[in-house]
Every structure is written in structure tokens, then in C-alpha cells.
Design a protein. Structure first.
Length: 175
């Protein structure tokens, strides 16, 4: 039994030595090629002169950046618009709702939406469901105080929704 145990230990030791990687010398560090100074001639190309680097372009003033539904710099640009008299106004509220949920109107009716929220909104008028959804109209970005209207010119069932606030919607049935 002792002989067998000794043989197994020797075999394990030989196996461990055979499996161990031999230490290889570290590769020599790579030296980068020298870069000629401005105005110097590159080696091997006597006529070629290294040009100075081009200056970085000046940053231009950019248009306001869109950050979700908020646009930088638009708060001061919002202008309070006035609705025509005797028109029903649908309010876009700070609670991210519309003041009117469902409406039944006749063909040719124009509805008006006014943004009373401090955030911009963008409305879409759509019909159909799923892959058969048709977008009939899309408002521009409505800043606080802005008004948008849409005239329903055909019969059907429509949803008017805010593109950015999923729950802000109303249903319009046109007869």
C-alpha cells in the first residue's frame, strides 16, 4: 500500500511539472517612432514637410436641445394664445390629462386644445388599432399657453393623444 501511495505522489508531481508552463522571457518594449517637429522633414521623404495641425473649429451656437418633452430655452418663448369666441376649449392640464375625455361631434367640427401645463405637449389624431393605426394629424410642439385645432372631416372613431404622455388622451366619435 505504501508503494502504491508513493508511486501516486510521484506521478502527481511529474504531471504537475509537465503541465506547468515554462516561463518565457518578456517581449522587448516597442518604442514608438519619433514624430518630426513642425517644419522638419520626415526621414525617407526629403521633400515632404509636416504641416501644422488645423485649428479646432469654433463651437457654433446650436438650436435648443430636446430633453424628453422639455425644450431648453422655450419657456421664455411661450406666448399665451387666445381662442376664438364661442369655441369649446379642451385643456391640457398639469395633471397630464385632457379636460374632456370622450366627445361625439358631427363631421366638420373643429376642436381646440390649449396647453395649461408648464411642460410642452404634442398631440396626434389617430384612428384604427394596432398595425392598422392611421395618424391623421400631428400638432407642433405646444408650449405653455399655445393652442392647436383639428377639424374632423370624416366619420369614424378617433383617439387624440399626447405623443409624450401616454395617459393623456381623449376619444372622439364623428357622426
Amino acid at each position: 500500500m505504501r508503494k502504491l501511495f508513493t508511486i501516486l505522489i510521484i506521478l502527481a508531481f511529474v504531471l504537475a511539472l509537465g503541465c506547468a508552463k515554462k516561463a518565457e522571457p518578456a517581449p522587448a518594449p516597442v518604442q514608438p517612432a519619433p514624430v518630426p517637429e513642425m517644419g522638419q522633414v520626415r526621414p525617407g521623404a526629403e521633400e515632404e514637410v509636416v504641416a501644422p495641425p488645423a485649428p479646432a473649429p469654433e463651437p457654433e451656437s446650436e438650436a435648443p436641445k430636446t430633453l424628453g418633452t422639455r425644450v431648453e430655452g422655450t419657456e421664455k418663448e411661450a406666448v399665451e394664445e387666445q381662442l376664438p369666441e364661442e369655441v369649446e376649449e379642451i385643456q391640457l392640464t398639469a395633471e397630464k390629462t385632457m379636460s374632456s375625455g370622450n366627445q361625439t361631434v358631427s363631421v366638420g367640427t373643429t376642436l381646440f386644445w390649449k396647453n395649461y401645463d408648464s411642460w410642452p405637449h404634442q398631440l396626434a389624431v389617430e384612428s384604427g388599432k394596432g398595425w392598422d393605426t392611421i395618424r391623421h394629424a400631428e400638432s407642433p410642439r405646444l408650449l405653455p399657453g399655445n393652442i392647436w385645432n383639428y377639424t374632423f372631416s370624416e366619420k369614424g372613431e378617433f383617439v387624440v393623444r399626447d405623443i409624450f404622455s401616454g395617459g393623456m388622451r381623449m376619444y372622439v366619435t364623428v357622426e
